[in-house]
Structure formats: structure tokens, C-alpha cells
Design a protein. Sequence first.
Length: 202
Amino acid sequence: MGIGCPRFGDRQCACPIRDQREHVSGQCRRAHGSLAGLWSADLIKDADRQAVAASFAKVLPIRNEVADQFYRRLFELRPEYRSLFGTDTRVKKQKRTFMKTLGALVEAMAWQPDDWRDEVDVDEDPCLILLALGKRHQRMYKIPAEAFEPFGEALLWALSEALGSEMSPTDLEAWTRVYRVFALTMRMGPGTNVELDLGERF
């Protein structure tokens, strides 16, 4: 069974999302914007977007440290996950990819709903990218669905450790809510027909 339109559902939307590529380029997108526009505007509030963007700007100069702390904490929480990431060289590459992907998603959250209408390339739509990443993580890397909880815990811990007092309780709450949206979107991925060529970008 396909996933219904995130705003209107199957009964009210002319094009239920059985093929996300068709959905974002067809009637539904012309009517009310792409999946990413709905995702950004309806699920992530302005205050959270602003808090996450401001704190992530502080992370950029120390992103390598944050990535190191994230994976160290993740493997402390779930030692069995270490084998899923392969060699040390692969883990090092994954750290760079992780921070690059996180940065791209944070940047995309600043876009307004109208920015997504008609112009955004399907391969640049962060919602579709998250769906594709969720599918790839499960099918290629065998990451279990329950991993999103320790992943989130490790991310929040790493951000807090790296920023210290510059990460306010409000910032941490905003990151928590935003991560839940990211994780929920990725968890939907294996059940969709999204097939994007992510290549080496993510």
C-alpha cells in the first residue's frame, strides 16, 4: 500500500505517493508544493529551524570533533553497531559524509514553502533524500530500525559536548524535535518506491 499525501491523504489528494518521483513533479506538487515544502513548513516550526541553524553554524568549525564524538558515543551505546560500519577507513569516510548530510539538511530547513514549488530538482529534495537514505541504510548497510533511538541520543550528546554552554536547553529541545522528523522520514524510506542515485553525495 502506498503512503498517502502528507498533507491531504489519499482521499483528498489526486496523486497518492506510490512513486515519489511522479508525485513531486505532477499535479500534487503544482497544487501544494513538493514533499520537502510540506515537510519543512508543517512538521518543523520556525523557532526550531532557527535554533538548529544558529547552533549548527557554531558546529561547522569543529565538525570533525563532533563527528568523532558522535561515533564514539554511538559505539559506546551500541558496541554491536561497530561491525556494521566496516574498516576504520570506511568509518572515517562515513564521518565526513554524516556531517555533510546533516549540514545540507539544516540548510534546506531555511527554505520557505514557495521555494520548493516547481523549481527544486527531485534529486535535491531533502525529504526524498532522507527517504532514500533510510532505504539504503536498511537494505545495504543492514541498519536496524531501532537504531534511530541511539543514533539520536549520540547526536544530541555529541552536539552538547562540543558546544558546551553554547548549546542552550532550548537549542537541545529544538534539535530533539528536528531529529525526530529526520528519523521518522528515514524510517518511512524502506516502505516507499523512492529510488534516487545518491552516489557519493550522502
